[in-house]
Write a new protein. Structure first.
Length: 276
């Protein structure tokens, strides 16, 4: 499984960020396993683009041909998404379950929008970080959303005021969660530490845990059987990382205030559904 994991992360990084990579030779069986994992994570287009960028070295001809058909111009997709994101920054007000954190976030955004040196790109980065944090708390790791963050850092990093971003991260008490996200970028997308200015030292334990969790998830099924009435199908693909990471209490040590508030909100919602 380790060679599949290594090749998967290399192809993922290459396809998402448009960089060349070198992969290791594998059997047809392991290639099929890698592609099924990519489908389960919802990142087949990234992996296919990565395969194309290898130039075909160590890639079976059938898989290379299929990848050439299915690869997409990913940068165009992200540029369009980023334009929409710019228009939505001012309207997104509820980011946390904690009332205290929401107030602090709204004040922060208001002050930045009305400042002399407003940095929209910095606010966009902050929102992308918070969106990833919320996904971690609600349903686990979403590789595609992490890729969106990684692409934004690579393409717009020179337009971001990282001093402001670091101050906002501290003000919202999300330093530890942002460190965890940064470690995922390093493991999955081969980012260098220097590319992530808000990353703090001493994150080796995060990287080891991420690798173990990722390899563990690849050993288990990548499909989940559930009847879908609309599609008349019983086979639904899911992101296996969700299974191992989906619970706000898992991150209570890293983000205690929000974890407690979110757990309380979930309990209240469950009780409300029972009353109905």
């Amino acid at each position: 499984m380790k060679i599949i994991c290594r090749n998967f992360t290399r192809l993922l990084s290459s396809g998402a960020l448009g960089t060349n990579c070198t992969i290791e030779a594998m059997s047809e069986y392991k290639w099929n396993k890698l592609l099924s994992v990519a489908e389960a994570y919802g990142v087949s287009d990234f992996v296919n683009s990565g395969i194309v960028l290898t130039g075909g070295k160590h890639v079976p001809s059938r898989i290379l041909e299929e990848a050439q058909v299915n690869a997409r111009p990913l940068k165009i997709i992200y540029e369009e998404a980023d334009i929409n994101y710019r228009y939505s920054v001012k309207q997104q007000t509820k980011k946390f379950s904690s009332i205290y954190l929401n107030r602090r976030y709204n004040k922060l955004v208001f002050n930045e929008i009305h400042s002399i040196d407003t940095s929209v790109n910095s606010l966009i980065l902050l929102n992308k970080l918070i969106d990833n944090i919320n996904t971690f708390l609600d349903c686990g790791v979403d590789i595609r959303k992490l890729a969106d963050l990684g692409v934004y850092l690579r393409t717009c990093g020179n337009k971001i005021d990282f001093v402001k971003v670091e101050n906002w991260i501290k003000a919202l008490n999300i330093v530890n969660m942002c460190n965890l996200i940064a470690c995922h970028l390093i493991f999955l997308f081969k980012f260098e530490n220097s590319e992530i200015p808000f990353l703090k030292n001493g994150n080796d334990k995060y990287l080891i845990s991420i690798q173990q969790t990722f390899e563990h998830s690849m050993h288990f099924g990548v499909t989940f059987v559930k009847h879908d009435k609309k599609k008349q199908s019983d086979k639904v693909t899911i992101n296996p990382m969700h299974k191992f990471n989906a619970h706000p209490w898992k991150y209570a040590r890293l983000f205690p205030l929000e974890a407690v508030c979110r757990l309380g909100a979930n309990i209240f919602k469950s009780l409300s559904n029972i009353d109905e």
